[in-house]
Ligand binder design. Structure first.
Ligand SMILES: Cc1ncc(COP(=O)(O)O)c(C=O)c1O
Length: 297
């Protein structure tokens, strides 16, 4: 099982891969990225990830050093070279190195890095039992470049630290609003869905979310199943009173939330609609034959 790094097109073992201490990704978190996983060795939704990277680059005014189709080929090449059964790949773009100083024009040339590792998806128990989350009122760091997947994850990281200290799997950002309730935004590294009376609701882009690729596929899958699925404001009390809640991300796919701040969601077990959607999602990614915990005999 292999780990590889590729910097500006040159692939090496990660231990040999070096980036300048003057790289602005290091100095200022001046970077964007994508996390991608493979199914049967093929990077899933690669074009969508490359398109989002290109959008992030435009939002933070980092020039794409190579076009997205060429970058996609490079990602495929590094994944193939790593020879894992399944891989995860992190594709990063920083503004590059240059003399110290905040002025972005000091950066000379963007740095692109691809890191490939064996995929470590959640264990079956996570899907079988669901997870607990906490809510957090912090703001995410990317507000300056709304919608961009920027490298600075400090707010998420601190929220996750608090979640783990509380024995929870994920932290859900809630922004205070003029109403008494806060607005649900997203998880530290995931999007949030609630299920109420058979319908799926997920906060819209205007809520300040990162528009997840898994989120879009889940909306599609739900509609294909004939379920009502809409993007709409979700207030905190609605999330707490939902029949089912789940989070989505590329690596974890769909994970049931069975408790929020220690209080049970629904009956405290992964719900039937979440399971149905996950089963259909697996079929869509081409892994319909692989069992999820509830389809095991
Ligand atoms: C803040 C945030 N929101 C949502 C997501 C889910 O996005 P995707 O489904 O594209 O992986 C992520 C994934 O890392 C994330 O970091």
């Amino acid at each position: 099982m292999g780990r590889l790094a590729c910097i500006d097109g040159i692939t090496s073992a990660p231990e040999e891969a070096k980036v300048s201490v003057y790289d602005r990704g290091f100095l200022y978190g001046d970077s964007i990225f994508e996390t991608i996983r493979t199914y049967a060795g093929e990077p899933y939704a690669l074009d969508e990830h490359m398109a989002r990277l290109e959008r992030s680059a435009a939002l933070v005014a980092i020039e794409m050093p190579i076009d997205k189709a060429t970058l996609a080929l490079e990602v495929r090449r590094v994944i193939r070279a790593a020879r894992n059964d399944e891989s995860s790949a992190r594709v990063m773009l920083t503004r590059g190195a240059g003399p110290m100083g905040l002025d972005p024009s000091l950066a000379l040339k963007p740095t692109r890095v691809i890191l490939v590792e064996p995929l470590t998806p959640p264990g079956l128990a996570v899907y079988r039992d669901g997870v607990s989350v906490i809510t957090t009122r912090a703001q995410r760091a990317s507000d300056a470049a709304h919608g961009a997947k920027v490298g600075n994850y400090l707010a998420s990281l601190l929220a996750l630290k608090t979640a783990h200290a509380a024995g929870a799997h994920e932290a859900v950002f809630v922004t205070p609003s003029v109403d008494h309730d806060g607005d649900v935004v997203e998880g530290a590294t995931s999007n949030v869905f609630i299920v109420k009376d058979g319908a799926l609701i997920t906060p819209p882009p205007e809520a300040g979310i990162l528009v997840g690729i898994t989120r879009a596929h889940v909306l599609d899958v739900a509609r294909e199943l004939g379920l009502e699925a809409r993007e709409a404001r979700v207030i905190e009390s609605e999330m707490r009173a939902a029949d089912e809640v789940f989070i989505t991300s590329s690596i974890r796919e769909i994970v049931s939330v069975i408790a929020i701040d220690g209080a049970r969601v629904g009956n405290g077990t992964p719900g039937p609609i979440t399971r149905r959607i996950h089963t259909a999602f697996r079929a869509k990614v081409g892994l319909g034959a692989l069992p999820l915990p509830w389809s095991e005999k």
